[in-house]
Design a protein around this ligand. Structure first.
Ligand SMILES: Nc1ncnc2c1ncn2[C@@H]1O[C@H](COP(=O)(O)OP(=O)(O)OP(=O)(O)O)[C@@H](O)[C@H]1O
Ligand code: SF4
Ligand SMILES: [Mg+2]
Length: 318
């Protein structure tokens, strides 16, 4: 494998489900914990693209926010370029990581001009106006937008243009790692392919590493080197994209792929059953309440990741 840029070890992020009310305070009770990310180990290489797929609410955005220092872990470690990210050097790491947020309609400040939005990450870096203008020009050209867009507001842009602005903002400070949260889900198919091509081109030019969070398996197939399947706060399968998508090992990855429409699928089948609550997680394997292959052992014992060929998978079938 190429040099590792980002690494997580037993990474956890638990949230409190809501604020304590007066009664909770009197009874000294805390709201229950939401285990959004629960014990995740992942390495992303320099220049590598990893896609993170999984159902809504399984913890994908939280994981992206942890890697880009927008959330502080509850437990576990994050390493960036070989060094553990601690509270004191979070600031330094923040310059090298960026996140493109889930919804370009909500994530761009409507009051700011495009130039203000794109160059904002530079504002705390103490660079001159001349350098800032040059960098703005460079990234706007890299994302295929005209300089004249600088004075516009987000409301004056199409969805594709907004997403280009979000990408321009994410690369303006010359980061090494970018987490892209559903970068194309709000776009129609033709604009989606333009943005995907843009991301692929930028990665080739600047050797960025990406974590691409997506519901769309076709996007994962197109853009990523490896794919990670997330279920209820954990990664349950991780391997080379072609291999995982052609021959998924984990029953959950299999179920996800069966739910994807394609030209030759006659019937699409969503995974059976309810997505489990991250507050009351099922015992044993978290997928056992929905798994067609469930065995007795699965109900009580939690499978850890095992290497099967080139793929890591957490399932008692292996
Ligand atoms: N700041 C927060 N406070 C409390 N709970 C949170 C917070 N952020 C996320 N959560 C909870 O953590 C869980 C995982 O959320 P997350 O947004 O990471 O999921 P996701 O996989 O990105 O979902 P989607 O595909 O719908 O975007 C959810 O139950 C969510 O409600
Ligand atoms: S461990 Fe058991 S329940 Fe979990 S995915 Fe594998 S077979 Fe299904
Ligand atoms: Mg999300």
């Amino acid at each position: 494998m190429v040099d590792v840029l980002v690494k997580t070890q037993k990474l956890k992020k638990y949230f409190r489900a809501g604020k304590s009310g007066l009664l909770d305070k009197i009874l000294r009770q805390l709201p229950p914990l939401v285990k959004a990310v629960d014990d995740v180990n992942l390495e992303i290489g320099k220049g590598e693209v990893v896609a993170l797929v999984g159902e809504s609410g399984c913890g994908k955005t939280t994981f992206g926010r942890l890697l880009t220092t927008l959330e502080t872990p509850t437990e576990g470690e994050i390493y960036f370029d070989g060094r553990q990210v601690t509270k004191s050097d979070q600031k330094a790491v923040r310059r090298k990581v960026q996140m493109v947020f889930q919804n370009p309609y909500e994530s761009l400040d409507p009051r700011q001009s495009v130039k203000g939005i794109v160059t904002e990450p530079l504002s705390k870096m103490g660079i001159s106006k001349v350098e800032k203008d040059a960098q703005f020009e460079k990234v706007m050209s890299a994302v295929g937008l005209d300089q004249n867009f600088g004075e516009r507001r987000p409301r004056d842009l199409s969805g594709g243009q907004r997403q280009r602005v979000a990408v321009a903002r994410s690369i303006v400070s010359n980061p090494e790692f970018i987490a892209l949260d559903e970068p194309t889900s709000a776009l129609d198919a033709s604009v989606q392919s333009q943005v995907l091509n843009l991301l692929v081109g930028l990665r080739e030019e600047y050797n960025f590493s990406y974590l691409v969070i997506t519901h769309n398996i076709a996007v994962a197939r197109y853009i990523s080197d490896r794919v990670a399947t997330m279920y209820a706060g954990q990664i349950v399968e991780l391997g080379p994209t072609g291999e995982v998508l052609k021959d998924p090992k984990h029953p959950y990855t299999q179920a996800l792929l069966k739910s994807v429409p394609s030209l030759d699928t006659k019937k699409i089948e969503p995974p059976h059953g309810e997505v489990p609550s991250l507050i009351n997680l099922p015992s044993g394997c978290r997928f056992h309440t929905r798994c067609p292959f469930v065995m007795e052992k699965c109900k009580t014992e939690d499978p850890s990741m095992r290497r099967v060929g080139n793929v890591d998978v957490a399932c008692w079938l292996f």
